[in-house]
Write a protein that binds this ligand. Structure first.
Ligand code: AMP
Length: 442
């Protein structure tokens, strides 16, 4: 079947294509098209946009950009993603979007199978947040919680059931959980479930979900052979999306942070560059506009500065990168387009002029230095509200960043930030799949 003959959803049709419908990595997505995609650009219903606004999500995470459009188009999706990537909303949003009204289908429509009761509660909470303003009932079923309370909730009518395999089976055997109308099954943290030994339970549950056109979504941090077997047996031509981080060691890199107000970042950068006299540095910014602006400002003060981001034609990007590799360019101002994907290593200094929103981007950015036994140093500018991001980064790299020293730039308190990062475009898939199921407002 030729890919051009295959139907594509409206949100995918808008993208320049074709992009390979098979396995895509975040690296490919980010280097091909670096779009600042917002949820409101994603073919979501007004009620979902309202809920997203309510929870404060404006920009989809890479996992969400990848999974949501495919899931909305009815594809089975296997996403390689860990906790902390926004994977819960990645499956919760398309489920909520496709639910039939409860007076049309009284039985559970979606099942989310998770390995632990903690995750069951966490997922239920996220689903409820994303159901804001809508008549959607979700129940968490897990061992250790009185079963009769769960039975009462299910009897009252629930659309989404989140739970651990053992308790779900218990309900199925008691006849309190009827899965004949369940059109979507999510296996969350599937590798953990298999590690725990839930495979037989999962298979039993799946065999009860007899709905035609069942959609199966699988989230797993790793995809060992066992997961592949499970996918092959129970999923229909799954789309594979890989959001796993590259295995980059950052132990050899000296990592510092400065807490600094936005207005003073440029001054700090200037002083840092003057003090450090880097052989070569990459300065990472969050957006293309900020990259352009910073490059312009810097080139007025120092020579051999270039900028690179996803808006530039490929030929120009290639030229800039060549000059950088040949050391004709000393300072490169960049978005995450080169944090991932482009092969640059051995740079002496990395400066995160803007703190990356996602920990994995931090790892990718600073992974451009300190390679092959060379020493590297990375500085991260953290605004006063970005303390939470810094903590997440520290957890990710499993070490505390040292406070940078610079007169007049003493660190102040850390606080959380609701912010965003550069976004990557969603993948386009041209494979023929079952039509969309229930879509509100469609
Ligand atoms: P998860 O990987 O699903 O456990 O999500 C990790 C955290 O990210 C949770 O606290 C979510 O509330 C949050 N989150 C998920 N998606 C977004 C988004 N698009 N924007 C901001 N925060 C998000």
């Amino acid at each position: 079947m030729s890919s051009v003959e295959k139907p594509i959803g409206p949100h995918l049709a808008a993208l320049p294509g074709p992009i390979s419908p098979r396995k895509q990595t975040v690296t490919e997505l980010s280097t091909e098209q670096e779009e600042e995609l917002r949820f409101k650009d994603m073919d979501l219903s007004p009620s979902m946009l309202k809920a997203l606004d309510h929870v404060g999500y404006e920009f989809p995470s890479p996992v969400q950009e990848g999974v949501i459009p495919l899931a909305l188009d009815g594809y089975d999706v296997m996403g390689q993603a860990r906790t902390g990537t926004g994977k819960t909303a990645a499956f919760a949003i398309p489920i909520i979007e496709q639910l039939a009204p409860s007076d049309e289908i009284r039985k559970p429509q979606a099942l989310v199978v998770v390995p632990t009761r903690e995750l069951a509660l966490q997922v239920t909470n996220e689903v409820e947040r994303l159901s804001f303003g809508q008549q959607i009932n979700t129940v968490a079923v897990y061992g250790g919680d009185p079963i009769h309370r769960q039975i009462t909730r299910i009897k009252q009518g629930v659309q989404i059931v989140v739970g651990t395999p053992g308790r779900m089976l218990d309900h199925i055997q008691r006849g309190t959980l009827d899965l004949r109308e369940t059109w979507c099954v999510v296996l969350d943290e599937a590798d953990r479930m298999l590690d725990i030994g839930f495979r037989p339970d999962i298979e039993r549950i799946l065999s009860r979900c007899t709905c035609d056109n069942r959609q199966t979504l699988l989230m797993s941090a790793t995809v060992p052979v066992e997961i592949q077997r499970l996918a092959k047996k129970y999923m229909y031509e799954p789309e594979m999306l890989d959001f796993s981080p590259e295995d980059i060691t950052v132990d050899t890199i000296d990592q510092y942070y400065f807490t600094v107000e936005e207005e003073r970042k440029f001054e700090l950068l200037e002083r840092l560059l003057k003090r450090e006299e880097p052989d070569q540095a990459i300065i990472f910014c969050r957006t293309r506009r900020r990259t352009d602006r910073l490059q312009l400002r810097l080139s007025k003060k120092i020579s051999a500065v270039e900028g690179i981001h996803g808006d530039m034609p490929q030929s120009r990007r290639t030229r800039v990168m060549k000059k950088f590799r040949e050391a004709q360019v000393k300072i490169l101002v960049a978005t995450d387009v080169i944090g991932r994907g482009i092969d640059v290593t051995g740079v002496s200094h990395i400066v995160n002029f803007d703190t990356p929103q996602y920990c994995d981007d931090y790892v990718h950015r600073i992974g451009r230095t300190g390679r092959m036994g060379r020493e590297g140093v990375a500085y991260t500018f953290v605004s006063t509200e970005e303390g939470k991001l810094l903590t997440q980064i520290e957890i990710r790299v499993n070490q505390l960043l040292e406070r940078g020293e610079m007169d007049g730039f003493e660190t102040v308190a850390r606080e959380p930030l609701e912010d965003r990062k550069d976004k990557k475009a969603p993948p386009a898939s041209l494979m023929k799949r079952p039509p969309k199921r229930y879509r509100r407002g469609v």
